[in-house]
Design a protein around this ligand. Structure first.
Ligand code: SF4
Length: 243
């Protein structure tokens, strides 16, 4: 695979000096066929408030975005500047799912901006993707105060929106970015280190889900960028297999 100068620059930003076909020779991850679960992964829970779930499940993009922007289903609406719906190509092959808006996202109304967003952009560019080619969303649409972890009741209240986004986009691959996104999407409490290197299937859609570290964590732990690079290569190869 030939690399552009831009991709090489982004690889350097990720502390990746050379292109290596690591996944071709690495030990095979414990992979589940798309749409299957291991015995340790519980079945999806029933949606909270069936009426809301059914209404959201029938929404198209404009109505869905309006519903999120005016949502008051959990107390986070009281402290947010604005809801952060999601951004990008609504027919994307890649969907990137993170945790929740931080301070900058809350201000700008867009997920993954600021330094973590720049690193995510570099990670995408390194594998030949532009930010505008993918669709980016979060588990929670409103910022938890002080960037604390989302609470289970907040995740449950917000879940229908992301599920609808996933069904509308119907991506070929989902990259779950960070522990909370990964555990929430797959309804498991497995540590992120054990979720990496596997391919999960998203609910009955069976969309492949690959897990990697959050760019904000990678900024604090740059030595882990190498592992994130491996995760991206895994996702890329899985996406290619589904073509
Ligand atoms: S986090 Fe989700 S459920 Fe809570 S107010 Fe925001 S959009 Fe609504």
């Amino acid at each position: 695979m030939g690399l552009s100068e831009r991709q090489r620059a982004c690889l350097r930003e990720m502390d990746i000096e050379v292109w290596e076909r690591r996944m071709a020779t690495a030990a095979a991850p414990a992979t589940h066929p798309a749409g299957t679960r291991s015995a340790s992964e519980p079945a999806a829970a029933a949606p909270v408030e069936g009426d809301h779930a059914a209404r959201v499940a029938a929404m198209q993009w404009d109505e869905l975005e309006r519903a999120v922007r005016t949502c008051r289903r959990c107390p986070l609406h009281e402290t947010r500047t604005q809801a952060v719906f999601g951004v990008g190509n609504r027919r994307a092959e890649w969907m990137i799912i993170g945790e929740a808006p931080g301070a900058e996202e809350d201000r700008q109304g867009e997920p993954f901006v600021g330094r973590a967003g720049q690193l995510l952009n570099a990670m995408l560019t390194a594998i030949g993707l532009k930010r505008e080619e993918v669709y980016i969303a979060n588990i929670l649409k409103s910022r938890p105060p002080g960037n604390r972890d989302p609470r289970p009741e907040e995740e449950a209240a917000c879940r229908d929106y992301l599920e609808r986004q996933i069904r509308l986009v119907r991506p070929r691959i989902i990259l779950a970015v960070g522990r909370i996104a990964a555990q929430n999407l797959m309804r498991v409490d497995t540590p992120i280190g054990k979720m990496r290197g596997r391919v999960y299937g998203y609910q009955e859609l069976g969309t492949p889900v690959v897990v990697t570290y959050h760019p904000a964590y990678l900024l604090r732990a740059p030595l882990e960028k190498r592992k994130a690079w491996d995760d991206l290569l895994l996702a890329k190869s899985v996406c290619a297999e589904t073509a």
